[in-house]
Design a binder for this molecule. Structure first.
Ligand SMILES: [Zn+2]
Length: 444
Protein backbone atom coordinates (compact mmCIF):
# COMPACT_ATOMS: atom_id res chain seq x y z
CA UNK A 1 0.00 0.00 0.00
CA UNK A 2 1.20 3.53 -0.88
CA UNK A 3 2.10 5.80 2.03
CA UNK A 4 -0.56 8.48 2.58
CA UNK A 5 1.81 11.36 1.73
CA UNK A 6 2.70 9.90 -1.65
CA UNK A 7 -0.95 9.16 -2.42
CA UNK A 8 -1.81 12.81 -1.70
CA UNK A 9 1.09 14.00 -3.86
CA UNK A 10 -0.10 11.83 -6.76
CA UNK A 11 -3.62 13.20 -6.34
CA UNK A 12 -2.40 16.80 -6.34
CA UNK A 13 -0.30 16.18 -9.46
CA UNK A 14 -3.28 14.59 -11.17
CA UNK A 15 -5.48 17.56 -10.33
CA UNK A 16 -2.84 20.01 -11.58
CA UNK A 17 -2.53 18.16 -14.85
CA UNK A 18 -6.29 18.03 -15.45
CA UNK A 19 -6.85 21.53 -16.90
CA UNK A 20 -4.02 21.09 -19.38
CA UNK A 21 -5.40 17.79 -20.62
CA UNK A 22 -8.84 19.24 -21.32
CA UNK A 23 -7.48 22.59 -22.47
CA UNK A 24 -6.46 20.92 -25.73
CA UNK A 25 -10.08 20.36 -26.60
CA UNK A 26 -11.96 23.18 -24.91
CA UNK A 27 -12.33 26.77 -26.02
CA UNK A 28 -13.63 29.35 -23.56
CA UNK A 29 -15.36 32.37 -25.06
CA UNK A 30 -15.28 35.31 -22.66
CA UNK A 31 -18.32 37.34 -23.69
CA UNK A 32 -18.76 40.83 -22.24
CA UNK A 33 -22.48 40.45 -22.91
CA UNK A 34 -24.39 37.39 -24.05
CA UNK A 35 -27.67 37.83 -25.90
CA UNK A 36 -29.40 34.48 -26.20
CA UNK A 37 -33.15 34.97 -26.78
CA UNK A 38 -33.91 31.27 -26.27
CA UNK A 39 -32.43 31.37 -22.76
CA UNK A 40 -33.25 34.86 -21.48
CA UNK A 41 -35.24 37.84 -22.70
CA UNK A 42 -32.62 40.05 -21.02
CA UNK A 43 -29.00 40.57 -22.08
CA UNK A 44 -26.66 38.65 -19.75
CA UNK A 45 -23.44 40.36 -18.71
CA UNK A 46 -20.08 38.61 -18.38
CA UNK A 47 -20.59 35.02 -19.48
CA UNK A 48 -18.15 32.33 -20.56
CA UNK A 49 -19.36 29.97 -23.27
CA UNK A 50 -17.42 26.71 -23.11
CA UNK A 51 -17.03 24.82 -26.38
CA UNK A 52 -15.71 21.32 -26.90
CA UNK A 53 -15.74 19.16 -30.04
CA UNK A 54 -17.98 21.60 -31.89
CA UNK A 55 -20.60 21.66 -29.13
CA UNK A 56 -21.48 24.01 -26.32
CA UNK A 57 -20.74 22.16 -23.09
CA UNK A 58 -21.80 24.94 -20.74
CA UNK A 59 -22.28 28.64 -20.11
CA UNK A 60 -20.84 30.04 -16.87
CA UNK A 61 -21.32 33.35 -15.11
CA UNK A 62 -18.20 35.52 -15.14
CA UNK A 63 -14.93 34.78 -16.92
CA UNK A 64 -13.11 31.51 -16.35
CA UNK A 65 -9.38 31.45 -15.56
CA UNK A 66 -8.51 29.88 -18.86
CA UNK A 67 -5.88 32.08 -20.44
CA UNK A 68 -4.47 29.83 -23.17
CA UNK A 69 -7.62 28.71 -24.85
CA UNK A 70 -9.86 31.68 -24.15
CA UNK A 71 -11.22 33.92 -26.87
CA UNK A 72 -11.37 37.47 -25.59
CA UNK A 73 -14.78 38.88 -26.47
CA UNK A 74 -15.03 40.91 -23.25
CA UNK A 75 -15.83 44.11 -25.12
CA UNK A 76 -18.24 42.35 -27.50
CA UNK A 77 -21.83 41.14 -27.58
CA UNK A 78 -22.08 37.40 -28.26
CA UNK A 79 -25.11 35.75 -29.84
CA UNK A 80 -26.06 32.34 -31.22
CA UNK A 81 -25.24 31.99 -34.93
CA UNK A 82 -27.98 33.59 -37.02
CA UNK A 83 -30.32 31.59 -39.24
CA UNK A 84 -31.72 32.87 -42.55
CA UNK A 85 -34.68 30.75 -43.65
CA UNK A 86 -34.91 32.12 -47.16
CA UNK A 87 -31.78 32.24 -49.30
CA UNK A 88 -30.86 31.33 -52.87
CA UNK A 89 -27.14 30.61 -52.69
CA UNK A 90 -27.15 29.12 -56.22
CA UNK A 91 -27.31 32.59 -57.73
CA UNK A 92 -27.28 36.31 -57.22
CA UNK A 93 -29.54 38.42 -59.36
CA UNK A 94 -27.97 41.40 -61.07
CA UNK A 95 -28.73 43.60 -64.02
CA UNK A 96 -29.10 41.46 -67.14
CA UNK A 97 -29.34 38.34 -64.96
CA UNK A 98 -31.99 36.77 -67.16
CA UNK A 99 -29.38 35.53 -69.65
CA UNK A 100 -27.24 33.85 -66.95
CA UNK A 101 -29.00 30.53 -67.40
CA UNK A 102 -28.04 30.49 -71.09
CA UNK A 103 -24.51 31.62 -70.40
CA UNK A 104 -23.34 29.87 -67.23
CA UNK A 105 -22.53 26.18 -66.86
CA UNK A 106 -23.76 24.54 -63.65
CA UNK A 107 -20.09 24.29 -62.69
CA UNK A 108 -19.71 28.07 -63.08
CA UNK A 109 -22.74 28.56 -60.89
CA UNK A 110 -21.40 26.17 -58.27
CA UNK A 111 -18.07 27.99 -57.99
CA UNK A 112 -19.81 31.34 -57.68
CA UNK A 113 -22.16 29.84 -55.12
CA UNK A 114 -19.18 28.78 -53.00
CA UNK A 115 -18.27 32.46 -52.64
CA UNK A 116 -21.85 33.46 -51.82
CA UNK A 117 -21.88 30.81 -49.10
CA UNK A 118 -18.59 32.07 -47.64
CA UNK A 119 -19.82 35.67 -47.60
CA UNK A 120 -23.04 34.59 -45.89
CA UNK A 121 -21.13 32.75 -43.18
CA UNK A 122 -18.82 35.71 -42.61
CA UNK A 123 -21.92 37.88 -42.16
CA UNK A 124 -22.79 35.78 -39.11
CA UNK A 125 -25.35 33.45 -40.69
CA UNK A 126 -24.18 30.01 -39.67
CA UNK A 127 -27.30 28.21 -40.95
CA UNK A 128 -29.55 28.83 -43.94
CA UNK A 129 -32.63 27.26 -45.41
CA UNK A 130 -31.93 27.56 -49.13
CA UNK A 131 -35.27 27.37 -50.88
CA UNK A 132 -35.09 27.25 -54.62
CA UNK A 133 -31.84 26.20 -56.27
CA UNK A 134 -30.74 25.63 -59.83
CA UNK A 135 -29.05 22.67 -61.51
CA UNK A 136 -28.48 20.88 -58.21
CA UNK A 137 -25.95 23.52 -57.15
CA UNK A 138 -27.61 23.90 -53.74
CA UNK A 139 -27.48 20.15 -53.04
CA UNK A 140 -23.80 19.88 -54.02
CA UNK A 141 -22.87 23.01 -52.08
CA UNK A 142 -24.57 21.73 -48.92
CA UNK A 143 -22.65 18.47 -49.18
CA UNK A 144 -19.33 20.21 -49.94
CA UNK A 145 -19.74 22.40 -46.86
CA UNK A 146 -20.68 19.40 -44.70
CA UNK A 147 -17.59 17.52 -45.93
CA UNK A 148 -15.35 20.51 -45.20
CA UNK A 149 -14.46 21.03 -48.88
CA UNK A 150 -15.94 24.52 -48.85
CA UNK A 151 -16.69 27.10 -46.16
CA UNK A 152 -20.25 28.26 -45.70
CA UNK A 153 -23.30 28.08 -43.51
CA UNK A 154 -24.94 24.77 -42.67
CA UNK A 155 -27.52 24.41 -45.43
CA UNK A 156 -30.99 22.90 -45.51
CA UNK A 157 -31.90 22.86 -49.19
CA UNK A 158 -35.00 22.39 -51.34
CA UNK A 159 -33.45 21.76 -54.74
CA UNK A 160 -35.58 23.08 -57.57
CA UNK A 161 -38.79 24.88 -56.51
CA UNK A 162 -42.00 23.22 -57.65
CA UNK A 163 -44.26 25.25 -59.93
CA UNK A 164 -47.20 24.84 -62.31
CA UNK A 165 -46.77 25.18 -66.08
CA UNK A 166 -46.04 28.83 -66.77
CA UNK A 167 -45.70 29.44 -63.02
CA UNK A 168 -43.21 31.53 -61.08
CA UNK A 169 -40.56 28.80 -60.87
CA UNK A 170 -41.21 27.17 -64.27
CA UNK A 171 -37.74 27.69 -65.81
CA UNK A 172 -39.27 28.17 -69.27
CA UNK A 173 -41.79 30.87 -68.30
CA UNK A 174 -41.48 33.97 -70.44
CA UNK A 175 -39.07 32.46 -72.98
CA UNK A 176 -39.79 31.36 -76.55
CA UNK A 177 -41.35 27.90 -76.57
CA UNK A 178 -39.54 26.96 -79.79
CA UNK A 179 -36.22 27.83 -78.13
CA UNK A 180 -36.53 26.52 -74.57
CA UNK A 181 -39.44 24.07 -74.91
CA UNK A 182 -41.67 23.17 -71.99
CA UNK A 183 -40.53 21.89 -68.62
CA UNK A 184 -41.89 18.77 -66.92
CA UNK A 185 -41.73 17.02 -63.58
CA UNK A 186 -37.96 16.55 -63.82
CA UNK A 187 -37.65 20.35 -63.71
CA UNK A 188 -40.16 20.71 -60.91
CA UNK A 189 -43.12 21.62 -63.12
CA UNK A 190 -46.28 19.97 -61.87
CA UNK A 191 -49.86 19.71 -63.07
CA UNK A 192 -52.28 17.50 -61.16
CA UNK A 193 -51.93 15.40 -58.03
CA UNK A 194 -49.99 12.53 -59.63
CA UNK A 195 -47.37 14.90 -61.01
CA UNK A 196 -47.26 16.71 -57.66
CA UNK A 197 -46.43 13.46 -55.90
CA UNK A 198 -43.85 12.50 -58.52
CA UNK A 199 -42.06 15.86 -58.43
CA UNK A 200 -41.96 15.78 -54.63
CA UNK A 201 -40.53 12.26 -54.59
CA UNK A 202 -37.99 13.27 -57.22
CA UNK A 203 -36.87 16.22 -55.09
CA UNK A 204 -36.53 13.91 -52.08
CA UNK A 205 -34.65 11.33 -54.17
CA UNK A 206 -32.19 14.06 -55.15
CA UNK A 207 -31.63 14.89 -51.48
CA UNK A 208 -33.96 17.78 -50.61
CA UNK A 209 -34.30 18.70 -46.93
CA UNK A 210 -37.62 20.47 -47.53
CA UNK A 211 -39.92 21.21 -50.45
CA UNK A 212 -40.47 24.69 -51.87
CA UNK A 213 -43.51 25.56 -53.98
CA UNK A 214 -44.51 28.76 -55.74
CA UNK A 215 -48.17 29.01 -54.76
CA UNK A 216 -48.72 32.30 -56.60
CA UNK A 217 -47.02 34.43 -59.21
CA UNK A 218 -43.85 36.26 -58.26
CA UNK A 219 -41.98 39.46 -58.96
CA UNK A 220 -38.84 38.43 -60.85
CA UNK A 221 -40.30 35.84 -63.23
CA UNK A 222 -41.23 36.99 -66.72
CA UNK A 223 -44.98 36.96 -66.14
CA UNK A 224 -47.23 39.99 -66.16
CA UNK A 225 -49.03 38.84 -63.01
CA UNK A 226 -47.21 38.38 -59.72
CA UNK A 227 -49.95 37.62 -57.24
CA UNK A 228 -52.66 35.27 -58.55
CA UNK A 229 -52.90 31.68 -57.29
CA UNK A 230 -51.00 29.07 -59.31
CA UNK A 231 -51.41 25.67 -57.68
CA UNK A 232 -54.83 24.30 -56.94
CA UNK A 233 -55.41 23.15 -53.41
CA UNK A 234 -55.48 19.40 -54.21
CA UNK A 235 -52.06 19.72 -55.87
CA UNK A 236 -50.53 21.45 -52.83
CA UNK A 237 -52.14 18.91 -50.51
CA UNK A 238 -50.61 16.07 -52.56
CA UNK A 239 -47.18 17.70 -52.23
CA UNK A 240 -47.59 18.27 -48.48
CA UNK A 241 -48.73 14.68 -47.83
CA UNK A 242 -45.94 13.18 -49.94
CA UNK A 243 -43.33 15.37 -48.23
CA UNK A 244 -44.75 14.47 -44.81
CA UNK A 245 -44.37 10.76 -45.60
CA UNK A 246 -40.63 11.44 -45.66
CA UNK A 247 -40.63 13.81 -42.68
CA UNK A 248 -40.23 16.92 -44.83
CA UNK A 249 -42.00 20.25 -44.54
CA UNK A 250 -43.26 22.45 -47.37
CA UNK A 251 -42.53 26.16 -47.76
CA UNK A 252 -44.85 28.17 -49.98
CA UNK A 253 -43.86 31.31 -51.84
CA UNK A 254 -47.09 33.36 -52.01
CA UNK A 255 -48.02 37.00 -52.56
CA UNK A 256 -51.79 37.05 -53.21
CA UNK A 257 -54.28 36.28 -50.45
CA UNK A 258 -56.09 33.42 -52.22
CA UNK A 259 -52.82 31.58 -52.91
CA UNK A 260 -51.72 32.01 -49.29
CA UNK A 261 -55.05 30.62 -48.03
CA UNK A 262 -54.90 27.58 -50.29
CA UNK A 263 -51.36 26.82 -49.14
CA UNK A 264 -52.30 27.09 -45.46
CA UNK A 265 -55.41 24.91 -45.86
CA UNK A 266 -53.28 22.34 -47.73
CA UNK A 267 -50.89 22.16 -44.77
CA UNK A 268 -47.69 24.02 -45.62
CA UNK A 269 -45.35 24.92 -42.74
CA UNK A 270 -44.42 28.43 -43.84
CA UNK A 271 -45.58 31.25 -46.07
CA UNK A 272 -42.76 33.12 -47.80
CA UNK A 273 -43.43 36.84 -48.44
CA UNK A 274 -47.22 36.79 -47.80
CA UNK A 275 -47.55 40.28 -49.25
CA UNK A 276 -51.30 40.67 -49.62
CA UNK A 277 -52.50 38.61 -46.68
CA UNK A 278 -55.84 39.64 -45.26
CA UNK A 279 -56.51 39.72 -41.52
CA UNK A 280 -58.60 36.56 -41.96
CA UNK A 281 -55.62 34.77 -43.53
CA UNK A 282 -53.35 35.92 -40.71
CA UNK A 283 -55.78 34.37 -38.24
CA UNK A 284 -55.63 31.14 -40.26
CA UNK A 285 -51.84 31.17 -39.87
CA UNK A 286 -52.13 31.64 -36.11
CA UNK A 287 -54.73 28.86 -35.83
CA UNK A 288 -52.58 26.44 -37.85
CA UNK A 289 -49.19 27.44 -36.41
CA UNK A 290 -47.91 28.42 -39.85
CA UNK A 291 -44.83 30.64 -39.87
CA UNK A 292 -44.52 33.82 -41.90
CA UNK A 293 -41.04 34.26 -43.40
CA UNK A 294 -41.32 37.93 -44.35
CA UNK A 295 -38.35 38.75 -46.69
CA UNK A 296 -38.89 42.52 -46.33
CA UNK A 297 -35.41 43.09 -47.79
CA UNK A 298 -36.40 41.37 -51.02
CA UNK A 299 -39.39 43.65 -51.43
CA UNK A 300 -37.40 46.78 -50.70
CA UNK A 301 -34.45 45.79 -52.88
CA UNK A 302 -36.49 44.86 -55.98
CA UNK A 303 -38.36 48.15 -55.65
CA UNK A 304 -34.99 49.98 -55.44
CA UNK A 305 -33.48 48.08 -58.40
CA UNK A 306 -36.60 48.70 -60.49
CA UNK A 307 -35.87 52.42 -60.38
CA UNK A 308 -32.53 51.85 -62.14
CA UNK A 309 -33.14 52.32 -65.87
CA UNK A 310 -33.01 48.98 -67.70
CA UNK A 311 -32.37 46.85 -64.60
CA UNK A 312 -35.45 44.68 -65.15
CA UNK A 313 -37.77 44.25 -68.15
CA UNK A 314 -40.91 46.47 -68.05
CA UNK A 315 -43.35 43.84 -66.67
CA UNK A 316 -40.97 43.09 -63.79
CA UNK A 317 -40.44 46.80 -63.09
CA UNK A 318 -44.19 47.19 -62.69
CA UNK A 319 -44.51 44.22 -60.33
CA UNK A 320 -41.43 45.24 -58.32
CA UNK A 321 -42.80 48.73 -57.72
CA UNK A 322 -46.25 47.41 -56.82
CA UNK A 323 -45.42 44.39 -54.65
CA UNK A 324 -42.06 45.39 -53.15
CA UNK A 325 -43.07 48.24 -50.88
CA UNK A 326 -46.11 46.35 -49.51
CA UNK A 327 -44.22 43.68 -47.59
CA UNK A 328 -43.04 45.81 -44.67
CA UNK A 329 -46.56 47.14 -44.02
CA UNK A 330 -47.96 43.60 -44.13
CA UNK A 331 -45.20 42.52 -41.72
CA UNK A 332 -46.19 45.24 -39.25
CA UNK A 333 -49.81 44.02 -39.35
CA UNK A 334 -48.81 40.37 -39.02
CA UNK A 335 -46.56 41.11 -36.05
CA UNK A 336 -49.31 43.17 -34.41
CA UNK A 337 -51.79 40.31 -34.76
CA UNK A 338 -49.42 37.69 -33.38
CA UNK A 339 -48.64 35.66 -36.52
CA UNK A 340 -45.65 33.33 -35.84
CA UNK A 341 -42.67 34.96 -37.55
CA UNK A 342 -39.36 33.37 -38.53
CA UNK A 343 -36.47 35.27 -40.06
CA UNK A 344 -35.81 35.09 -43.82
CA UNK A 345 -34.51 37.52 -46.41
CA UNK A 346 -34.53 36.10 -49.98
CA UNK A 347 -30.78 36.78 -50.32
CA UNK A 348 -29.81 36.14 -53.93
CA UNK A 349 -32.60 38.43 -55.10
CA UNK A 350 -30.23 41.03 -53.62
CA UNK A 351 -26.53 40.67 -52.80
CA UNK A 352 -25.50 37.82 -50.55
CA UNK A 353 -24.04 38.78 -47.19
CA UNK A 354 -26.45 41.67 -46.65
CA UNK A 355 -28.91 39.40 -44.83
CA UNK A 356 -28.78 41.35 -41.54
CA UNK A 357 -30.41 44.40 -43.12
CA UNK A 358 -33.69 42.51 -42.62
CA UNK A 359 -33.35 43.09 -38.85
CA UNK A 360 -33.41 46.85 -39.41
CA UNK A 361 -36.61 46.59 -41.45
CA UNK A 362 -38.25 44.36 -38.85
CA UNK A 363 -37.40 46.75 -36.03
CA UNK A 364 -38.44 49.74 -38.13
CA UNK A 365 -41.85 48.05 -38.55
CA UNK A 366 -42.32 47.79 -34.79
CA UNK A 367 -40.75 44.50 -33.70
CA UNK A 368 -38.45 44.85 -30.66
CA UNK A 369 -34.81 43.83 -31.39
CA UNK A 370 -34.93 40.89 -28.95
CA UNK A 371 -37.95 39.47 -30.79
CA UNK A 372 -36.29 39.96 -34.18
CA UNK A 373 -33.31 37.99 -32.85
CA UNK A 374 -35.68 35.34 -31.49
CA UNK A 375 -37.11 34.99 -35.03
CA UNK A 376 -33.60 34.39 -36.41
CA UNK A 377 -32.60 31.86 -33.75
CA UNK A 378 -35.30 30.05 -31.75
CA UNK A 379 -38.17 30.32 -34.26
CA UNK A 380 -35.90 29.60 -37.22
CA UNK A 381 -34.54 26.46 -35.54
CA UNK A 382 -38.12 25.40 -34.77
CA UNK A 383 -39.25 25.72 -38.39
CA UNK A 384 -36.20 23.69 -39.42
CA UNK A 385 -37.04 21.02 -36.80
CA UNK A 386 -33.54 21.64 -35.42
CA UNK A 387 -34.36 23.01 -31.96
CA UNK A 388 -32.43 20.16 -30.40
CA UNK A 389 -29.20 21.33 -32.08
CA UNK A 390 -29.57 24.98 -33.05
CA UNK A 391 -31.07 28.30 -31.99
CA UNK A 392 -29.49 28.88 -28.57
CA UNK A 393 -26.24 28.39 -26.67
CA UNK A 394 -27.05 25.60 -24.24
CA UNK A 395 -25.14 22.47 -23.30
CA UNK A 396 -25.38 19.86 -26.05
CA UNK A 397 -26.17 22.28 -28.86
CA UNK A 398 -23.92 22.98 -31.83
CA UNK A 399 -21.35 25.72 -31.12
CA UNK A 400 -22.44 28.34 -33.65
CA UNK A 401 -21.54 31.66 -32.03
CA UNK A 402 -21.09 35.17 -33.37
CA UNK A 403 -20.18 38.52 -31.85
CA UNK A 404 -20.79 42.18 -32.67
CA UNK A 405 -19.00 45.24 -31.28
CA UNK A 406 -22.03 47.17 -29.96
CA UNK A 407 -25.35 46.40 -28.31
CA UNK A 408 -27.82 45.17 -30.99
CA UNK A 409 -30.70 45.80 -28.58
CA UNK A 410 -30.06 49.55 -28.83
CA UNK A 411 -28.55 49.61 -32.35
CA UNK A 412 -29.87 46.73 -34.47
CA UNK A 413 -27.76 47.83 -37.48
CA UNK A 414 -24.64 46.51 -35.71
CA UNK A 415 -25.71 43.03 -36.87
CA UNK A 416 -24.26 44.04 -40.24
CA UNK A 417 -20.86 44.43 -38.53
CA UNK A 418 -20.23 40.92 -37.25
CA UNK A 419 -16.63 40.66 -35.96
CA UNK A 420 -16.50 37.05 -34.75
CA UNK A 421 -17.90 33.88 -36.32
CA UNK A 422 -17.62 30.37 -34.94
CA UNK A 423 -19.42 27.52 -36.69
CA UNK A 424 -19.45 24.12 -35.05
CA UNK A 425 -16.48 25.10 -32.89
CA UNK A 426 -14.32 26.35 -35.79
CA UNK A 427 -13.46 30.06 -35.83
CA UNK A 428 -13.93 31.62 -39.29
CA UNK A 429 -13.68 35.26 -38.29
CA UNK A 430 -11.93 36.97 -35.41
CA UNK A 431 -11.47 40.68 -34.66
CA UNK A 432 -13.38 41.34 -37.89
CA UNK A 433 -10.82 39.44 -39.97
CA UNK A 434 -11.10 36.05 -41.71
CA UNK A 435 -9.07 33.32 -40.02
CA UNK A 436 -7.26 30.52 -41.81
CA UNK A 437 -8.47 27.83 -39.39
CA UNK A 438 -10.70 26.08 -41.90
CA UNK A 439 -8.00 26.25 -44.58
CA UNK A 440 -5.73 24.32 -42.25
CA UNK A 441 -8.50 21.77 -41.84
CA UNK A 442 -8.71 21.48 -45.65
CA UNK A 443 -5.11 20.31 -45.78
CA UNK A 444 -6.17 17.01 -44.27
ZN1 LIG B 1 -37.07 33.43 -52.86
Amino acid sequence: MMPLRITLLVLVLLMLSLPDATAQEQTHLHCGTLIDPGVSSEALSERTVIVENGEVVGVEEGFTLWEDHAVDLRSSYCLPGLIDLHTHLSNEFEQGGYIDRFRLMPTDMALQAARYAYITLMAGFTTVRDIGGSEGVDLSLRDAINRGDSAGPRMFVAGQSLAVTGGHADPTTGYREDVVGNAGVEHGVVNGEAAAREATRLAIKRGADQIKITATGGVLSLNADGTRPHFQEDEIAAIVRTAADHGLKVAAHAHGDEGVQRAIRAGVASIEHGTYMSDETMQLMIDNGVYLVPTITAGKSVADSSRIEGYYIPSVVEKAQEVGPEIQEMFARAYGRGVPIAFGTDAGVFRHGRNAVEFEYMVEAGMPPMEALYAATVSAADLLDQSEHLGSLEAGKIADIIAVPRDPLTDISVLSEVTFVMKEGVVYKRDGQPTADYLHAMQR
